[in-house]
Write a protein that binds this ligand. Structure first.
Ligand code: NAD
Ligand code: IPM
Ligand code: MN
Length: 363
C-alpha cells in the first residue's frame, strides 16, 4: 500500500525544538514496526513566514496539505511580532475549521514518577479524557465594535452553537465513554449564567444520553467542575465541553498532573474526510525558547496518538503495527518518566534532546 503522507508544521518557538524529537520517535517507530510514513516538511504556518510574506500561510496552503492523511503540528504564536489572534486565526484555527476537525481529544494522566502538585495523588488516580468541541462555540469572529474610541464604545462577540456541532461532539464523547471501563461522562456547562447556549447544550446531552443507557452522566457547572479537577480528580472519566471551556480544562487538567509539557492532543475529523491534526496542548513558550529545555513529551505523545488514529483508518490486516507502535511509544514515555532524565518542568536538568533520545532508545 501507499505510504501515509504526514505534513510536518513545526511553527514557532518551542514548536521548532520539540518537533525534531517527535520526528525522531516516529522515525524510530516506523523502522521498528515497519510503518510506511512519508513526511512533508513546511516552514509556513509560522510567524517567521508572516514576517516575510505578511500572512501566515501561502495562498494555496490547502491544496498543499489536504491530501495528507495527517498534520503533525508544533505550536504557533510569537506575540512580540504578530498579534496572537492574527497568527492563530491565520493558521491553527483555520486548519481546525477548514478541515472540520470538530473533536479535540485531550488525555489527562498522572504518570508514575511525575511530581503531582495535588497532595496524596499517585499514578492511576488521574486518568481522564477531555473531549473539546473544536469548530464553533465561543470561538467565532462574529461581532464588532460600535462607537469605537469613544466613551460609548461597545464590543460584541457572538457565540455559535449549532445542533449538528453540539450533537456530533456529544455523540463522540458518549461513544468514547461507552468504550471505557468506568463508562462515565461529565458534561461541562454553565446553564445558570449563560442562559441560552448552555441550557441548550444540557438539553442536547440529555437527548443524546437516551441512546447510551450504559453510560452514566453528570452535568456540572464549569466553575465547580474546575474546582473538582483539583479536589477530586479521580471522579472524572470523560469530560465533554464547549470550545472555550474545553480549552481551559485542557490546561488545568495537565497542570493537576504536574506539567502542561506532557499534554497531547488530536484535532480529529473522525469521518476522515479531511486530515486530522496532532499537536501538543501547549503553545510556543517564548519564555523558554532557545534554551533546549522544553519538554518534548507532549509532542511525542501526540505523535503516538496520530499513529493510533491513522492505524484505525487502515484495513484490518494493516492496523496492528500502528497500534503496537502507539503502545510502544506510550510505554517508553512511562519508563522515562518513572526513572529517566527529566526536563526542568519535571524537576530535572535534562535537555529536550536528552529526553527525546532516552525515549527513542526504548522503542
Ligand atoms: P504556552 O503554553 O506557550 O506557555 C505557558 C507556560 O508553560 C510557559 O511558562 C511555558 O514556558 C510553559 N511550557 C509550555 N510548554 C512547555 C513545555 N513543552 N515544556 C516546558 N514548559 C512548557 O502558553 P502562552 O505563554 O499562553 O502562549 C505563548 C504563545 O503560544 C502565544 O502566542 C499563544 O497564542 C501560543 N499558543 C499556541 C498554541 C498552539 O499552537 N496550539 C497553544 C497555546 C498557546
Ligand atoms: C489550544 C490553544 C489555542 C486554542 C489557541 C492558541 C488559539 O490554546 O490549542 O489549546 O485556544 O484553542
Ligand atoms: Mn489552550
Amino acid at each position: 500500500s501507499q505510504p501515509l503522507r504526514i505534513a510536518v508544521l513545526p511553527g514557532d518557538g518551542i514548536g521548532k525544538e520539540v518537533m525534531p524529537e517527535g520526528l525522531k520517535i516516529l522515525e524510530k517507530a516506523a523502522s521498528q514496526f515497519n510503518l510506511k510514513l512519508s513526511f512533508e516538511h513546511h516552514d509556513w504556518a509560522s510567524c517567521d513566514y508572516y514576517a516575510e510574506h505578511g500572512q501566515m500561510m501561502p495562498d494555496d496552503w490547502k491544496a498543499r496539505i489536504q491530501d495528507c492523511q495527517a498534520l503533525y503540528f508544533g505550536a504557533v504564536g510569537w506575540p512580540d511580532t504578530v498579534p496572537d489572534h492574527v497568527s492563530l486565526w491565520g493558521s491553527l484555527l483555520k486548519f481546525r475549521r477548514e478541515f472540520d476537525q470538530y473533536i479535540n481529544l485531550r488525555p489527562v494522566r498522572l504518570f508514575d514518577g511525575v511530581p503531582c502538585p495535588l497532595a496524596g495523588r499517585k499514578a492511576g488516580d488521574i486518568d481522564f479524557l477531555v473531549v473539546r468541541e473544536n469548530t464553533e462555540g465561543e470561538y467565532t469572529s462574529l461581532g464588532g465594535t460600535m462607537f469605537a474610541g469613544t466613551e460609548r464604545e461597545i464590543v460584541i462577540q457572538e457565540s455559535v452553537f449549532s445542533r449538528i456541532g453540539t450533537d456530533r461532539v456529544l455523540k463522540y464523547a458518549f461513544e468514547v465513554a461507552k468504550q471505557r471501563a468506568r463508562k462515565h461522562l461529565t458534561i461541562a456547562t454553565k446553564s445558570n449564567g449563560i442562559a441560552i447556549s448552555m441550557p441548550y447544550w444540557d438539553g442536547r446531552a440529555e437527548e443524546m444520553g437516551k441512546n447510551y443507557p450504559e453510560v452514566t452522566t453528570d452535568k456540572q457547572h464549569i466553575d465547580i467542575l474546575s474546582a473538582r479537577f483539583v479536589l477530586q480528580p479521580d471522579r472524572f472519566d470523560v469530560v465533554v465541553a464547549s470550545n472555550l471551556f474545553g480549552d481551559i480544562l485542557s490546561d488545568l487538567g495537565p497542570a493537576c498532573t504536574g506539567t502542561i509539557g506532557l499534554a497531547p492532543s488530536g484535532n480529529l475529523n473522525p469521518d476522515r474526510l479531511f486530515p486530522s491534526l496532532f499537536e501538543p496542548v501547549h503553545g510556543s513558550a517564548p519564555d523558554i525558547y532557545g534554551k533546549s529545555v522544553a519538554n518534548p513529551i507532549a509532542m511525542i505523545w501526540s505523535g503516538a496518538m496520530m499513529l493510533e488514529f491513522l492505524g484505525r483508518g487502515l484495513p484490518q490486516g494493516e492496523q496492528e503495527s500502528y497500534l503496537k507502535a502507539h503502545d510502544a511509544i506510550v510505554k517508553a514515555i512511562e519508563t522515562v518518566l518513572a526513572s529517566g532524565p527529566r526536563t526542568p518542568d519535571l524537576g530535572g536538568d535534562a535537555s529536550t534532546q536528552q529526553l527525546g533520545d532516552a525515549i527513542a532508545a526504548l522503542i
